[in-house]
Ligand binder design. Sequence first.
Ligand SMILES: C[S@@+](CC[C@H](N)C(=O)[O-])C[C@H]1O[C@@H](n2cnc3c(N)ncnc32)[C@H](O)[C@@H]1O
Length: 343
Amino acid sequence: MVSALDRLNYAARQAARVAWYAGHYVAGRRILKPMPKPDFPIGPTPSRAELTADMRALFEQEWRDIEAGLFPMPRPLGADPSEFLRRSLLYFRDLPNVDARRHGELEDALPPGTQADGLPDYYRQNFHHQSDGWLSAHSAAIYDTQVEVLFTGAADVMRRRALKPAAEWIKGRNQRELRALDVGCGTGRLLAFLHDAWPGLRLTGLDLSPPYLAEARRLIGPTARVKLIEGAAEKLPFDDASVDLVVSSFLMHELPPEIRLAALKEMARVLSPDGLVVIVDSIQKGDQPGWDGLLDLFPHYFHEPYYADYVAGRLEDWCAHAGLSPGARERAFLSKVATFARP
Ligand SMILES: C[S@@+](CC[C@H](N)C(=O)[O-])C[C@H]1O[C@@H](n2cnc3c(N)ncnc32)[C@H](O)[C@@H]1O
């Protein structure tokens, strides 16, 4: 049961997050060069007021689901104030490097990682223009701030939209018997929300980045219920039909088309016969037609080598090709949540 006080608490916390990250955005814009002008035609873009109203509707939707008892009110993750501030400081210190890469003024001598690490070339890039790509403790420490600034505090709530279909699917099942996997878990925020909501679930987070996995462990703490393993989405180290719930947030748009399809086929392979796949990722062209211009601009502003291909296609078509049938879907601000199951 949630009370009126809980509602106030939720609203105050989300408003504080939005204000905090919007403040970062405004401060950042003051010290950075103007964004490079696109030299190609772009689709329509929404007004700031429309975006703000849509984001507010997303928080209201989450609150209704909490009130309905689908999942508990989220607790603030990693809320140690001094660590929080340290990360903001690191974020601002790195901004000039991000900006210099964006304007072609900083060529990194070598791609992130080393030739000996065995990681695929498509992976060893400065995604988002971030220093060290996915491959340093420094990058892992500032990733969450970067993403929240980009989405003005709405990244976590977009990830948490995966909890609604997960809750509906878990209902009536014994969570202690269920195995769940987060593919491309990054710094572990979705895993942490899943673990908080269903502490009995046997969760595994998989990612190619050792520093991001280390960050996820720090966030989640030392529990045997959440395992973290280094591995590739396109070659999941699990037996056929051995995972009941597969989730993945903001991974699909980071993968080259053939790897993306291979990753979806792997999700289908490891999924148990009555299991569920829940994918959260960017909206694609046509999901919200009046916003298509934002999807044109995003890869122009942030290094996103596979994003244009991602937004031009349909997640549902790729999943069908991978052997998965579509279920529920919801647009959640700039992302969408879609579920899939075995036919
Ligand atoms: C945009 S981040 C998303 C992270 C997290 N799921 C989130 O919601 O913030 C993409 C993550 O996918 C990981 N990744 C990229 N390609 C991968 C692959 N082929 N296999 C496994 N992880 C991959 C990266 O290391 C990074 O942590």
